[in-house]
Design a protein around this ligand. Structure first.
Ligand SMILES: *Cc1c(COP(=O)(O)O)cnc(C)c1O
Length: 358
């Protein structure tokens, strides 16, 4: 029998969540973001789930080519652009859109003898200070790009740090919006600004393209729960109880004996550990479902298993079904308990976990 740990991917949930993204920006076109193996869900599955998207956006050039091999004919966007001159040839041949965020990338384009047509996304650094041209340098970068004969479409692009927390004093959303508007004023090109949080919570930010990622997989970008946004979880991670111990008061569980029973209790070992992508830093008390009943982790997560409290789960036995996250247990709740975000848990799903479609 194979190990009982399974990640079930619900293609219809991907489909549903894409429609929710669309409903918030009915006039915009959608780049469905499929970086990092579609946030752990699998590139090929995501391609099917997002068949109605206007394009797929990701980071890795080799996976962009894989999407072409898999038959995706609509646009593909490289969100970090090209990494070297060879990528430029790849992008030109495969007809990939790519971000242009640095003077070095413009230089590569100027020096390459490419025929085009190339569609690029000129990225503004509107305050996140990772990639892009500052607002005041943007117009000059645009004009340099415009002067390259192989360049056809230039989409104006930026990325928000705090669309889920618009009054963040470190960088209010409005400040980013204003810098973007100033830097792009009068340039007649399409605009691409909204991630999931902006799509769901800021319909006032008009954008020709939206770039939702996390929401498409059924997790929340912040601001409200996935359920409140009408999103359905696309990944459900389940396993089984593979062992049971009855312990007395004062007995400890797992490495480092981090959890010590205050009273007699029943604990179950779940076949899932940090080598599967379950967060090792999940504290005692992280939520888990056993046979549909909500209970919690106890003790440290080890490589291949962790323990759960079965004291109040009637009928729990070896073979009981365990849900780590997904349908019935929002990934955001597990992430919150473990001090992280749903994004990280999804992306960390390990290669050894068997993936099935539901
Ligand atoms: C990852 C990414 C997105 C999607 O962000 P979510 O928060 O997952 O919606 C959008 N735009 C860019 C540039 C990205 O890198």
């Amino acid at each position: 029998m194979p190990r009982p740990l399974l990640a079930s991917i619900d293609i219809s949930a991907l489909h549903h969540n894409l429609r929710i993204a669309k409903s918030h920006a009915p006039l915009a076109k959608i780049w469905a973001v499929v970086k990092a193996n579609a946030y752990g869900h699998g590139l090929e599955r995501a391609m099917r789930g997002f068949a109605e998207a206007d394009g797929l956006a990701l980071i890795e050039p080799e996976n962009a080519l894989r999407l072409r091999e898999l038959g995706w004919q609509k646009p593909i966007l490289l969100l970090e652009g090209i990494f070297d001159a060879a990528d430029l040839d790849t992008a030109a041949q495969a007809g990939l859109n790519f971000a242009v965020h640095s003077p070095d990338q413009i230089l590569l384009l100027e020096r390459a003898a490419l025929k085009g047509p190339l569609d690029v996304h000129l990225k503004m650094n509107s305050g996140m200070n990772r990639l892009g041209f500052k607002s005041e340098a943007y117009r000059a970068a645009y004009q340099r790009l415009r002067a390259i004969p192989a360049v056809r479409k230039i989409t104006l692009m930026t990325h928000f740090a705090n669309a889920d927390d618009p009054l963040n004093p470190g960088l209010p959303l409005l400040q980013q919006v204003q810098l973007f508007e100033q830097g792009t004023a009068g340039i007649e090109e399409e605009r691409s600004i909204a991630n999931s949080a902006a799509d769901l919570m800021h319909p006032e930010l008009k954008s020709d393209w939206v770039r939702p990622g996390i929401m498409l997989y059924g997790a929340s970008p912040g601001g409200a729960s996935a359920e409140q946004f009408g999103l359905k979880p696309a990944m459900t991670l389940t396993s089984k109880i593979i062992g049971i111990q009855r312990i007395g008061a004062g007995e400890a569980i797992g490495y480092g004996s981090r959890f010590v029973a205050a009273a007699p209790m029943i604990v179950g070992a779940v076949a899932c550990g940090y080598a599967d992508g379950y967060p090792r830093h999940a504290p005692n008390g992280t939520p888990v479902l056993v046979d549909g009943v909500r209970t919690t982790t106890v003790g440290r997560v080890s490589m291949d298993m962790f323990s759960v409290d079965l004291t109040n789960v009637p009928g729990a036995a070896v073979g009981s079904n365990v849900t780590l996250w997904g349908a019935g247990l929002p990934i955001d709740e597990v992430a919150h308990a473990a001090g992280t975000i749903g994004y990280e848990l999804m992306c960390a799903l390990a290669a050894r976990v068997k993936v099935v479609e539901s």
